[in-house]
Design a protein around this ligand. Structure first.
Ligand code: TXA
Ligand code: MG
Length: 330
C-alpha cells in the first residue's frame, strides 16, 4: 500500500485539505504542542486499520482520541470528577485522560477493544483548527514508525512515513517535544501511566494528593507485548538504532555525547558528535530538544550515545523515562 505523501504549510488551505482527507478516511500528520501526531477519523474502523498498518503498530495498542475542547471530550468518554478537575486546569494542554468510554463515539479498533478511552485536547492552533474542521474525534498516535523516536518536525515525519500517509501539515518544530502525560482516571484516584509534557508537580497541586505511578513494564519488552497497560510505556518503545548509555560520567571511544547544562565529562573533546539539551539547564528546553538531538546523534556514525546524568524533577521525569526506554535492551 503506497500513497503519495504531500507536505503542506499549515495555513487555511492546508487545514482545509487535512479536514477533507480525514473525512475521506485518509491519514494526515498533524502538528501538536507535544509531538507530531498521525491523525485519522477515530470513528472509522477502516481508517484506523490503515493507520495501524502505516505505523507498523500492533493493533491492540490503543490510540488517543483528540478533540477540540472539554465539551467534545464529554461526548467521547465519561469524565469522572477528578478528570473534570484536571481537564479544567490543564486542557488544552499536554495531558491525556483515560476514562470510561462512550462505546459508540469511537471505533472499537481505535480503543483496541478496551472499555476505556484516552482523550486529549491539544494546545496547538493548527491541531485545534483541524479538529474543529473535522468535527469528529481524531485518533492520533505519534507520527513515527512503531518503535522509533517520536517526530518533533515535519521532516522527522517524512523520514519515517513517506509513501505511507497522505499529508503532513508543517507548522515547524513542536514546542514541548515529549508526548503528553497520561493519567488513568477510571479508578478511585488518578494513576500516572506515562510521564510527559505536563509535570507531576502541577498535577499533584490540583489533586491535592500524591500521584501514584503504574508499575513500570519489564525492561526488554517491546510494543509487540500482549495486553500492556499503556503500551507507550513499553521499555524499548523510543529507540535510536545505536545503543544508548545513561548516567555517563565519561565519553568512551567512538561514542556521541548528549549533555545538559554545559556538562563537559572526561573525553568530551573525543566525542564523535555532541549536543547539549539545554546549555542553560532548563528542563523545558531540554524536553523540546530531546528527540531531535537523539535522531541527530543516532545519525552521526557513532557506535553509541552516552548521556550525562540529568535532574529528575519537573519535565526531567518524562525525559528520564524516554531515555530509559531508548537505552533498554532490544
Ligand atoms: O502527546 C501525545 O500524547 C501524542 C500526540 C500526537 O497527541 N500522542 C501519542 O500517542 O503519544 P501514542 O499513540 O504514541 O501514545 C498513546 C499512549 C499509548 O501508550 C497507549 O497505550 C496509551 O496511550 N493508551 C491509549 N488508550 C489507552 C487506554 N484506554 N488505557 C491505557 N492506555 C491507553
Ligand atoms: Mg508513540
Amino acid at each position: 500500500m503506497t500513497r503519495k505523501t504531500r507536505v503542506l504549510a499549515a495555513d487555511a488551505a492546508g487545514i482545509a485539505e487535512a479536514a477533507r482527507l480525514l473525512a475521506g478516511g485518509g491519514l494526515v500528520a498533524i502538528p501538536t504542542e507535544t509531538v507530531y501526531g498521525l491523525g485519522c477519523d477515530a470513528t472509522d474502523a477502516h481508517a484506523v486499520a490503515s493507520l495501524y498498518a502505516a505505523k507498523g503498530r500492533p493493533s491492540f495498542n490503543p490510540l488517543i482520541a483528540h478533540v477540540p475542547d472539554v465539551a467534545a471530550a464529554r461526548g467521547v468518554g465519561r469524565l469522572t470528577p477528578a478528570a473534570e478537575a484536571l481537564a479544567a486546569a490543564f486542557w488544552p494542554g499536554p495531558l491525556t485522560l483515560v476514562v470510561p468510554a462512550i462505546a459508540e463515539a469511537t471505533s472499537e479498533l481505535a480503543r483496541a477493544g478496551l472499555a476505556s478511552v484516552a482523550i486529549r485536547v491539544p494546545a496547538h492552533e493548527v491541531a485545534q483548527a483541524v479538529l474543529r474542521a473535522a468535527g469528529r474525534p481524531i485518533a492520533a498516535p505519534s507520527a513515527n514508525r512503531s518503535g522509533h523516536v517520536s517526530p518533533t518536525s515535519a521532516a522527522h515525519v517524512l523520514a519515517d512515513l513517506d509513501g505511507r500517509i497522505d499529508l503532513i501539515l508543517d507548522a515547524g518544530p513542536s514546542a514541548v517535544g515529549v508526548e503528553s502525560t497520561i493519567l488513568d482516571c477510571t479508578g478511585p484516584s488518578p494513576v500516572l501511566l506515562r510521564p510527559g509534557g505536563l509535570a507531576r508537580e502541577a498535577i499533584e497541586a490540583v489533586l491535592g494528593a500524591r500521584l501514584d505511578s503504574a508499575a513500570p513494564p519489564l525492561a526488554g519488552t517491546d510494543d509487540d507485548d500482549p495486553a500492556p497497560l499503556a503500551p507507550g510505556m513499553l521499555a524499548s518503545h523510543y529507540a535510536p538504532s545505536v545503543p544508548v548509555r545513561l548516567d555517563a560520567r565519561e565519553v568512551r571511544p567512538g561514542e556521541a555525547l548528549l549533555t545538559f547544562a554545559g556538562a563537559r565529562p572526561p573525553g568530551f573533546g573525543q566525542a564523535v558528535a555532541q549536543r547539549d539539551l539545554s546549555p542553560a539547564g532548563d528542563l523545558v528546553e531540554a524536553a523540546a530538544n530531546l528527540y531531535a538531538y537523539l535522531r541527530l546523534l543516532d545519525g552521526a556514525g557513532a557506535r553509541g550515545i552516552a548521556v550525562v546524568p540529568l535532574p529528575g524533577h519537573g519535565l526531567g521525569e518524562a525525559i528520564a523515562d524516554r531515555l530509559r526506554r531508548a537505552a533498554a535492551p532490544r
